[in-house]
Structures are given as structure tokens and as C-alpha cells.
Design a binder for this molecule. Sequence first.
Ligand SMILES: Cc1cc2nc3c(=O)[nH]c(=O)nc-3n(C[C@H](O)[C@H](O)[C@H](O)COP(=O)(O)O)c2cc1C
Length: 182
Amino acid sequence: MKKNILAIIGSASSNSSNLRLVEQIALLSGNSLNIEIYEGLQDLPHFNPALSVDQPPEAVQLIRQKIEQADGILICTPEYIFSIPSGLKNLLEWCVATTIFAQKPTGLITASSNGAEGHRELTRIMQTIDAKFTADTSLLINGIKSKIDLNGNLREALKNQLIQFINNLKKMVDEATRHKTF
Ligand SMILES: Cc1cc2nc3c(=O)[nH]c(=O)nc-3n(C[C@H](O)[C@H](O)[C@H](O)COP(=O)(O)O)c2cc1C
């Protein structure tokens, strides 16, 4: 059965190479993964700890539910000013008081001009909220704009990396769903 992956794209740009990357991942994964792209990142209210536990806003409840229900999560993001973009950080802050990421199979992609600092930060945050990922489901892609064009055509080497990444993520999701107790 197809596994459901929720993709969260950190870019604030409508013409995002990270978005194109996720679209190509969806195509390359063929019939093995069903990838839903979360489109509400820019509309999430600013994190407010006073509301997070007892009165989370509707949009926050919705994304928490989507994360909880997905078999796996894919975060694909650029680096902004040596960090993760504020919209993505905001979403993750809304998740800190919950356990929705605990042992959730997760793929982490930072696709940026450089991206090393942002990827390190993303890795640390996702460890802190106990997401399940390994080096095999984590990918840093630098020089992204020279590796994917506006139509989504990928450089061959990146395409091969993505195929491997998809297989690794699928394996992790399959193993986690096999061990799930109901
Ligand atoms: C506000 C802003 C800050 C950026 N800061 C960095 C940075 O610190 N490191 C980096 O590698 N790229 C940085 N970039 C460039 C982005 O990585 C690059 O434009 C990338 O393609 C954006 O991804 P996207 O096409 O999915 O939006 C920055 C871009 C913006 C808009």
C-alpha cells in the first residue's frame, strides 16, 4: 500500500526550487509514496506559547493533525541567513509542546546555495523533537539552482541521489508502520 508522506517546504518563495524538488521526488517515487505538499506554512500565526497547549489556533491544530496522520514527513528547505527559514521554525515551535514528531519517520533535505549551517540546525531541532531520521534520510544539496531548472529537470547525479533518498525514506516508513501497535 502507498505510504502517505506530508511534505513541508521551508521556502517563502512561490518560484521555489525546493518545491520543484519535492515535485520531482513525488514523480520519482512513482507508486511507492503518496506525497501531499503542505500549503499553509505562510498562513500559520506567529508562535505563542500561551496558546500552544490549551488553545492552539485552528491552523495549528490542522497541521498537527496532518503530521500525526502521515506515515512519514519530508522537510525540504533552503537556508536563510545561515539558519532555517522563519516560517519553518515557526511551525516547529508550534510542535515543541507536543509529541507528534516522536519517532515519526522523517526525511530532511536542505537544498540551498550552501545550506550547511541550516542543515545542521534543522538536524538539531529534529533531534530535539525526537523525529526519527538517519544519515540515509538526510540530504544536503548545495548549489541547488544549478542542479534543477525551472521545469524541474534534474542533473543526473542529483536524480540518482534522490532515488536513493526515496528508497531509504520508504524503507524507514515501511519498518515503522510494520511495528506500529494499534
Ligand atoms: C532571505 C534569504 C536568505 C538567504 N540566505 C542564504 C544563506 O544563508 N545560505 C544559503 O546557502 N543561501 C541563502 N539564500 C539563497 C537560497 O538558498 C537560494 O535562493 C535557494 O535557492 C532558495 O530556495 P528556494 O528556491 O526553494 O526558495 C538566501 C535566500 C534568501 C531569500
